[in-house]
Design a protein around this ligand. Sequence first.
Ligand code: ATP
Ligand code: MG
Length: 377
Amino acid sequence: MGLNTKVNVKELLGRFLPKQTVFAAVDYGTRSIKTASVSTAGPRPMLLQLSRVAQPVTVGDEPGLDARVNLLAEAIELAGMKNQEVIATLGADKVITRHLQLPLMPEKELAAAVSFEAEKLIPVPLSDLIVRYVKLGETEGGEGKQQEVLLAAVPLDVVHGFYELFVQAGVTITALDLQPLALWRALSGVVGSPGSPPDEVSAIVDIGAVNTTLIVVHQGALLFWRSLAVGGDLLTKSMAEAYGISFEEAQTLKEESGKVLSTEEAAEVISPEEMQLDFSLRDGLGEVVREIRRSLDFYAGTKGARSVERIVLSGGGSNLQGFALFLADALGIPSKIGALPVDIPPGAGDEMPYQDPAMFMSVGLALREAGVRSIQK
Ligand SMILES: Nc1ncnc2c1ncn2[C@@H]1O[C@H](COP(=O)(O)OP(=O)(O)OP(=O)(O)O)[C@@H](O)[C@H]1O
Ligand SMILES: [Mg+2]
Protein backbone atom coordinates (compact mmCIF):
# COMPACT_ATOMS: atom_id res chain seq x y z
CA MET A 1 0.00 0.00 0.00
CA GLY A 2 1.50 3.32 -1.04
CA LEU A 3 1.73 6.26 1.29
CA ASN A 4 -1.05 8.09 -0.49
CA THR A 5 -3.59 5.42 0.25
CA LYS A 6 -2.65 5.08 3.90
CA VAL A 7 -5.82 4.64 5.90
CA ASN A 8 -6.49 6.80 8.89
CA VAL A 9 -7.48 4.06 11.31
CA LYS A 10 -8.85 6.41 13.91
CA GLU A 11 -11.09 8.13 11.42
CA LEU A 12 -12.29 4.81 10.06
CA LEU A 13 -13.03 3.43 13.50
CA GLY A 14 -14.74 6.67 14.42
CA ARG A 15 -17.46 5.83 11.93
CA PHE A 16 -18.30 2.59 13.69
CA LEU A 17 -17.62 3.33 17.33
CA PRO A 18 -20.30 4.94 19.45
CA LYS A 19 -19.90 8.69 19.79
CA GLN A 20 -17.64 9.70 22.65
CA THR A 21 -19.63 11.25 25.47
CA VAL A 22 -17.14 11.46 28.35
CA PHE A 23 -14.57 14.23 28.26
CA ALA A 24 -11.71 14.90 30.64
CA ALA A 25 -9.88 18.18 31.10
CA VAL A 26 -6.85 19.48 32.96
CA ASP A 27 -6.52 23.12 33.96
CA TYR A 28 -2.81 23.42 34.73
CA GLY A 29 -2.97 26.55 36.89
CA THR A 30 -0.19 28.43 38.63
CA ARG A 31 -1.45 27.67 42.16
CA SER A 32 -3.15 24.35 41.51
CA ILE A 33 -3.81 21.71 38.88
CA LYS A 34 -7.53 21.20 38.45
CA THR A 35 -9.15 18.24 36.68
CA ALA A 36 -12.74 17.72 35.55
CA SER A 37 -14.64 15.01 33.68
CA VAL A 38 -18.12 15.43 32.27
CA SER A 39 -20.56 13.24 30.43
CA THR A 40 -22.46 14.88 27.59
CA ALA A 41 -24.77 11.90 27.02
CA GLY A 42 -27.85 13.47 28.65
CA PRO A 43 -29.70 16.70 27.90
CA ARG A 44 -27.64 18.53 30.53
CA PRO A 45 -23.95 17.73 31.08
CA MET A 46 -23.21 15.58 34.13
CA LEU A 47 -20.14 16.21 36.21
CA LEU A 48 -18.37 12.89 36.82
CA GLN A 49 -15.21 13.95 38.56
CA LEU A 50 -13.61 17.10 39.93
CA SER A 51 -10.32 17.29 41.79
CA ARG A 52 -7.35 19.46 42.52
CA VAL A 53 -3.70 19.24 43.54
CA ALA A 54 -1.87 22.30 44.89
CA GLN A 55 1.28 23.49 43.12
CA PRO A 56 4.24 24.10 45.42
CA VAL A 57 4.88 27.68 46.40
CA THR A 58 8.40 28.35 45.21
CA VAL A 59 10.54 31.32 45.95
CA GLY A 60 12.87 32.14 43.07
CA ASP A 61 13.49 29.12 40.84
CA GLU A 62 10.67 27.30 39.05
CA PRO A 63 10.40 23.61 39.93
CA GLY A 64 12.31 21.35 37.52
CA LEU A 65 10.72 19.17 34.86
CA ASP A 66 10.78 16.03 37.02
CA ALA A 67 8.95 17.75 39.86
CA ARG A 68 6.37 19.11 37.44
CA VAL A 69 5.83 15.71 35.82
CA ASN A 70 5.43 14.06 39.23
CA LEU A 71 2.87 16.54 40.44
CA LEU A 72 0.85 16.36 37.22
CA ALA A 73 1.01 12.54 37.39
CA GLU A 74 -0.34 12.78 40.94
CA ALA A 75 -3.24 14.97 39.81
CA ILE A 76 -3.99 12.55 36.96
CA GLU A 77 -3.85 9.57 39.28
CA LEU A 78 -6.21 11.27 41.72
CA ALA A 79 -8.64 12.01 38.89
CA GLY A 80 -8.43 8.46 37.54
CA MET A 81 -7.42 9.83 34.13
CA LYS A 82 -4.30 7.79 33.49
CA ASN A 83 -3.82 6.91 29.79
CA GLN A 84 -6.82 8.97 28.84
CA GLU A 85 -7.06 11.78 26.33
CA VAL A 86 -7.53 15.18 27.89
CA ILE A 87 -8.41 18.73 26.91
CA ALA A 88 -5.94 21.23 28.33
CA THR A 89 -5.27 24.95 28.25
CA LEU A 90 -2.11 26.98 28.21
CA GLY A 91 -1.53 29.76 30.71
CA ALA A 92 -3.00 32.99 29.41
CA ASP A 93 0.47 34.55 29.44
CA LYS A 94 1.68 32.00 26.84
CA VAL A 95 -1.01 32.61 24.23
CA ILE A 96 -1.20 35.65 22.03
CA THR A 97 -4.82 36.39 21.15
CA ARG A 98 -6.18 39.08 18.87
CA HIS A 99 -9.65 40.10 17.87
CA LEU A 100 -10.02 40.51 14.10
CA GLN A 101 -12.83 42.00 12.08
CA LEU A 102 -12.77 40.74 8.51
CA PRO A 103 -15.16 40.92 5.58
CA LEU A 104 -17.18 37.76 4.87
CA MET A 105 -15.22 35.39 2.60
CA PRO A 106 -14.93 31.70 1.79
CA GLU A 107 -13.16 29.48 4.37
CA LYS A 108 -10.01 29.05 2.25
CA GLU A 109 -9.52 32.75 1.82
CA LEU A 110 -10.23 33.34 5.50
CA ALA A 111 -7.34 31.08 6.50
CA ALA A 112 -5.00 33.10 4.28
CA ALA A 113 -6.41 36.41 5.53
CA VAL A 114 -5.90 35.31 9.15
CA SER A 115 -2.27 34.35 8.44
CA PHE A 116 -1.74 37.70 6.79
CA GLU A 117 -3.18 39.55 9.79
CA ALA A 118 -1.18 37.38 12.19
CA GLU A 119 2.02 38.31 10.41
CA LYS A 120 1.18 42.00 10.78
CA LEU A 121 0.07 41.79 14.42
CA ILE A 122 2.53 39.38 16.00
CA PRO A 123 6.20 40.26 16.24
CA VAL A 124 7.42 36.64 15.97
CA PRO A 125 8.07 34.73 12.71
CA LEU A 126 4.97 32.67 11.83
CA SER A 127 7.12 29.58 11.33
CA ASP A 128 7.80 29.56 15.10
CA LEU A 129 4.12 29.75 15.98
CA ILE A 130 1.00 27.65 15.85
CA VAL A 131 -1.80 29.92 14.68
CA ARG A 132 -5.48 29.05 14.99
CA TYR A 133 -8.67 31.02 14.69
CA VAL A 134 -12.25 30.74 15.83
CA LYS A 135 -15.17 32.43 14.10
CA LEU A 136 -17.32 34.15 16.69
CA GLY A 137 -20.13 35.70 14.73
CA GLU A 138 -21.11 38.30 12.20
CA THR A 139 -21.74 41.99 12.69
CA GLU A 140 -23.06 44.74 10.50
CA GLY A 141 -20.18 47.16 10.08
CA GLY A 142 -19.80 50.41 8.19
CA GLU A 143 -18.36 48.49 5.22
CA GLY A 144 -21.13 45.86 5.09
CA LYS A 145 -21.23 42.52 6.90
CA GLN A 146 -18.13 41.67 8.87
CA GLN A 147 -17.10 38.54 10.72
CA GLU A 148 -15.58 38.59 14.16
CA VAL A 149 -12.63 36.25 14.44
CA LEU A 150 -10.58 35.26 17.47
CA LEU A 151 -6.98 34.69 16.48
CA ALA A 152 -4.72 32.70 18.80
CA ALA A 153 -1.02 32.07 18.38
CA VAL A 154 1.31 30.04 20.57
CA PRO A 155 5.05 29.47 20.16
CA LEU A 156 5.70 25.95 18.85
CA ASP A 157 8.25 25.12 21.52
CA VAL A 158 5.77 26.05 24.26
CA VAL A 159 3.18 23.67 22.80
CA HIS A 160 5.72 20.88 22.41
CA GLY A 161 7.00 21.32 25.96
CA PHE A 162 3.47 21.27 27.36
CA TYR A 163 2.47 18.23 25.31
CA GLU A 164 5.61 16.39 26.45
CA LEU A 165 4.94 17.24 30.11
CA PHE A 166 1.49 15.66 29.81
CA VAL A 167 2.76 12.57 27.96
CA GLN A 168 5.33 11.97 30.68
CA ALA A 169 2.63 12.36 33.30
CA GLY A 170 0.53 9.69 31.60
CA VAL A 171 -2.08 11.42 29.41
CA THR A 172 -2.36 12.71 25.86
CA ILE A 173 -3.58 16.19 25.06
CA THR A 174 -6.22 15.97 22.33
CA ALA A 175 -7.08 19.64 22.29
CA LEU A 176 -5.47 22.80 23.59
CA ASP A 177 -8.25 25.20 24.34
CA LEU A 178 -8.36 28.90 25.14
CA GLN A 179 -9.29 30.15 28.59
CA PRO A 180 -11.75 32.81 27.32
CA LEU A 181 -13.65 30.08 25.44
CA ALA A 182 -13.66 27.71 28.43
CA LEU A 183 -15.04 30.51 30.59
CA TRP A 184 -17.67 31.31 27.98
CA ARG A 185 -18.86 27.68 27.90
CA ALA A 186 -18.89 27.35 31.67
CA LEU A 187 -20.73 30.53 32.60
CA SER A 188 -22.36 32.42 29.72
CA GLY A 189 -25.49 30.26 29.61
CA VAL A 190 -24.81 28.68 26.20
CA VAL A 191 -24.49 25.17 27.64
CA GLY A 192 -26.93 23.15 29.69
CA SER A 193 -29.84 25.31 30.71
CA PRO A 194 -33.08 25.27 28.72
CA GLY A 195 -34.23 28.40 26.90
CA SER A 196 -32.04 31.13 25.52
CA PRO A 197 -28.92 32.49 27.16
CA PRO A 198 -29.59 35.51 29.40
CA ASP A 199 -30.44 38.79 27.76
CA GLU A 200 -28.28 40.79 30.16
CA VAL A 201 -24.83 41.93 29.09
CA SER A 202 -22.44 40.23 31.51
CA ALA A 203 -18.74 40.42 32.18
CA ILE A 204 -17.43 37.03 33.28
CA VAL A 205 -14.18 37.37 35.21
CA ASP A 206 -11.87 34.51 36.21
CA ILE A 207 -9.42 35.64 38.87
CA GLY A 208 -6.54 33.18 39.12
CA ALA A 209 -3.28 33.48 41.00
CA VAL A 210 -1.30 35.40 38.38
CA ASN A 211 -3.80 35.88 35.56
CA THR A 212 -7.28 37.22 35.24
CA THR A 213 -9.38 36.45 32.18
CA LEU A 214 -12.26 38.78 31.41
CA ILE A 215 -14.92 38.24 28.76
CA VAL A 216 -18.07 40.17 27.90
CA VAL A 217 -21.07 38.16 26.68
CA HIS A 218 -24.57 38.98 25.51
CA GLN A 219 -27.23 36.39 24.68
CA GLY A 220 -24.48 33.82 24.47
CA ALA A 221 -22.33 35.78 22.03
CA LEU A 222 -18.75 36.47 23.07
CA LEU A 223 -18.25 40.19 22.47
CA PHE A 224 -14.91 40.93 24.04
CA TRP A 225 -12.08 39.34 26.01
CA ARG A 226 -8.91 40.38 27.75
CA SER A 227 -6.22 38.64 29.71
CA LEU A 228 -4.87 40.69 32.61
CA ALA A 229 -1.61 40.10 34.43
CA VAL A 230 -3.17 40.35 37.90
CA GLY A 231 -4.57 37.83 40.37
CA GLY A 232 -4.71 36.54 43.93
CA ASP A 233 -0.92 36.46 44.27
CA LEU A 234 -0.94 40.27 44.44
CA LEU A 235 -3.17 40.09 47.50
CA THR A 236 -0.92 37.48 49.07
CA LYS A 237 2.10 39.72 48.44
CA SER A 238 0.47 42.75 49.95
CA MET A 239 -0.45 40.71 53.04
CA ALA A 240 3.05 39.26 53.30
CA GLU A 241 4.48 42.77 53.28
CA ALA A 242 1.97 44.21 55.73
CA TYR A 243 2.49 41.41 58.27
CA GLY A 244 6.18 40.75 57.56
CA ILE A 245 5.53 37.05 56.88
CA SER A 246 6.40 34.64 54.04
CA PHE A 247 4.34 34.33 50.87
CA GLU A 248 3.19 30.88 51.90
CA GLU A 249 2.12 32.01 55.37
CA ALA A 250 0.34 35.00 53.89
CA GLN A 251 -1.50 32.79 51.41
CA THR A 252 -2.79 30.56 54.20
CA LEU A 253 -3.78 33.55 56.32
CA LYS A 254 -5.57 35.10 53.34
CA GLU A 255 -7.46 31.94 52.43
CA GLU A 256 -8.45 31.12 56.00
CA SER A 257 -9.18 34.54 57.48
CA GLY A 258 -8.85 37.16 54.74
CA LYS A 259 -11.84 39.40 54.39
CA VAL A 260 -12.37 42.63 52.55
CA LEU A 261 -14.90 45.03 54.00
CA SER A 262 -17.53 46.80 51.97
CA THR A 263 -17.92 50.54 52.44
CA GLU A 264 -20.83 49.93 54.80
CA GLU A 265 -18.98 47.35 56.87
CA ALA A 266 -15.91 49.55 57.10
CA ALA A 267 -18.06 52.35 58.52
CA GLU A 268 -19.32 50.10 61.32
CA VAL A 269 -17.37 49.35 64.44
CA ILE A 270 -15.39 46.17 63.87
CA SER A 271 -12.46 44.50 65.58
CA PRO A 272 -8.94 45.88 65.09
CA GLU A 273 -7.91 42.47 63.69
CA GLU A 274 -10.52 42.65 60.97
CA MET A 275 -9.51 46.20 60.18
CA GLN A 276 -5.87 45.18 59.88
CA LEU A 277 -6.66 42.19 57.67
CA ASP A 278 -8.75 44.33 55.38
CA PHE A 279 -6.07 46.99 55.28
CA SER A 280 -3.32 44.50 54.45
CA LEU A 281 -5.26 43.32 51.39
CA ARG A 282 -5.97 46.75 49.97
CA ASP A 283 -2.84 47.27 47.84
CA GLY A 284 -3.21 44.03 45.92
CA LEU A 285 -6.95 44.37 45.73
CA GLY A 286 -6.65 47.90 44.35
CA GLU A 287 -4.48 46.65 41.52
CA VAL A 288 -6.84 43.82 40.59
CA VAL A 289 -9.90 46.07 40.61
CA ARG A 290 -8.08 48.78 38.67
CA GLU A 291 -7.18 46.36 35.88
CA ILE A 292 -10.74 45.02 35.70
CA ARG A 293 -12.10 48.55 35.54
CA ARG A 294 -9.58 49.51 32.86
CA SER A 295 -10.66 46.55 30.70
CA LEU A 296 -14.33 47.39 31.10
CA ASP A 297 -13.58 51.00 30.17
CA PHE A 298 -11.68 49.79 27.14
CA TYR A 299 -14.61 47.62 26.13
CA ALA A 300 -17.00 50.53 26.65
CA GLY A 301 -14.92 52.54 24.18
CA THR A 302 -15.17 49.94 21.38
CA LYS A 303 -17.64 50.35 18.52
CA GLY A 304 -21.13 49.09 19.31
CA ALA A 305 -20.29 48.38 22.98
CA ARG A 306 -23.25 47.76 25.32
CA SER A 307 -23.26 48.64 28.98
CA VAL A 308 -22.29 45.78 31.26
CA GLU A 309 -25.16 44.96 33.61
CA ARG A 310 -23.62 42.34 35.84
CA ILE A 311 -20.37 40.64 36.75
CA VAL A 312 -20.11 36.87 37.09
CA LEU A 313 -17.08 35.69 39.02
CA SER A 314 -14.88 32.63 38.60
CA GLY A 315 -11.39 31.59 39.71
CA GLY A 316 -9.96 30.95 43.17
CA GLY A 317 -9.26 34.65 43.68
CA SER A 318 -12.98 35.37 43.82
CA ASN A 319 -13.22 33.17 46.94
CA LEU A 320 -11.91 35.99 49.09
CA GLN A 321 -14.62 36.82 51.60
CA GLY A 322 -16.39 40.05 50.75
CA PHE A 323 -14.78 40.30 47.31
CA ALA A 324 -17.96 40.19 45.20
CA LEU A 325 -19.52 42.97 47.26
CA PHE A 326 -16.35 45.01 47.22
CA LEU A 327 -16.12 44.74 43.43
CA ALA A 328 -19.79 45.60 42.99
CA ASP A 329 -19.24 48.69 45.16
CA ALA A 330 -16.11 49.71 43.29
CA LEU A 331 -17.56 49.26 39.80
CA GLY A 332 -21.18 50.06 40.50
CA ILE A 333 -22.22 46.79 38.84
CA PRO A 334 -23.91 43.87 40.68
CA SER A 335 -21.38 41.03 41.06
CA LYS A 336 -21.64 37.46 42.19
CA ILE A 337 -19.92 34.11 41.88
CA GLY A 338 -21.23 32.08 38.92
CA ALA A 339 -22.77 28.61 38.87
CA LEU A 340 -21.94 25.72 36.54
CA PRO A 341 -24.53 24.50 34.00
CA VAL A 342 -24.10 20.86 34.99
CA ASP A 343 -25.85 18.15 36.99
CA ILE A 344 -24.14 16.45 39.90
CA PRO A 345 -24.46 12.67 40.37
CA PRO A 346 -26.97 12.00 43.17
CA GLY A 347 -25.23 11.96 46.53
CA ALA A 348 -21.87 13.18 45.17
CA GLY A 349 -22.45 16.85 45.95
CA ASP A 350 -20.45 16.82 49.17
CA GLU A 351 -17.28 15.38 47.67
CA MET A 352 -17.29 17.46 44.52
CA PRO A 353 -16.26 21.08 44.96
CA TYR A 354 -18.48 22.15 42.06
CA GLN A 355 -19.39 25.41 43.77
CA ASP A 356 -15.75 26.40 44.20
CA PRO A 357 -15.10 29.03 41.49
CA ALA A 358 -11.49 27.82 41.21
CA MET A 359 -12.89 24.71 39.46
CA PHE A 360 -15.05 26.50 36.88
CA MET A 361 -12.35 26.85 34.22
CA SER A 362 -11.59 23.11 34.25
CA VAL A 363 -15.28 22.30 33.75
CA GLY A 364 -15.47 24.83 30.91
CA LEU A 365 -12.61 22.99 29.23
CA ALA A 366 -14.31 19.62 29.68
CA LEU A 367 -17.47 21.10 28.12
CA ARG A 368 -15.63 21.67 24.85
CA GLU A 369 -17.66 19.00 23.05
CA ALA A 370 -20.95 19.77 24.79
CA GLY A 371 -23.69 21.13 22.58
CA VAL A 372 -23.68 24.91 22.50
CA ARG A 373 -27.04 26.59 22.00
CA SER A 374 -27.22 28.68 18.86
CA ILE A 375 -26.81 32.34 19.50
CA GLN A 376 -29.74 34.70 19.06
CA LYS A 377 -29.32 37.42 16.53
N1 ATP B 1 -10.71 31.38 50.34
C1 ATP B 1 -9.90 32.14 49.62
N2 ATP B 1 -9.73 33.44 49.95
C2 ATP B 1 -8.91 34.23 49.23
N3 ATP B 1 -8.20 33.81 48.17
C3 ATP B 1 -8.32 32.53 47.80
C4 ATP B 1 -9.16 31.62 48.50
N4 ATP B 1 -9.08 30.41 47.90
C5 ATP B 1 -8.21 30.56 46.86
N5 ATP B 1 -7.75 31.82 46.82
C6 ATP B 1 -6.74 32.38 45.90
O1 ATP B 1 -7.06 32.06 44.57
C7 ATP B 1 -5.86 32.02 43.80
C8 ATP B 1 -5.82 30.72 43.05
O2 ATP B 1 -6.90 30.65 42.19
P1 ATP B 1 -6.93 29.61 41.00
O3 ATP B 1 -6.79 28.24 41.52
O4 ATP B 1 -8.12 29.93 40.16
O5 ATP B 1 -5.57 30.03 40.24
P2 ATP B 1 -4.72 29.23 39.17
O6 ATP B 1 -5.65 28.72 38.12
O7 ATP B 1 -3.87 28.22 39.86
O8 ATP B 1 -3.79 30.39 38.64
P3 ATP B 1 -3.69 31.05 37.18
O9 ATP B 1 -5.02 30.93 36.52
O10 ATP B 1 -3.30 32.47 37.44
O11 ATP B 1 -2.62 30.27 36.51
C9 ATP B 1 -4.70 32.10 44.79
O12 ATP B 1 -4.23 33.42 44.82
C10 ATP B 1 -5.40 31.74 46.10
O13 ATP B 1 -4.74 32.27 47.23
MG1 MG C 1 -6.49 29.54 36.37
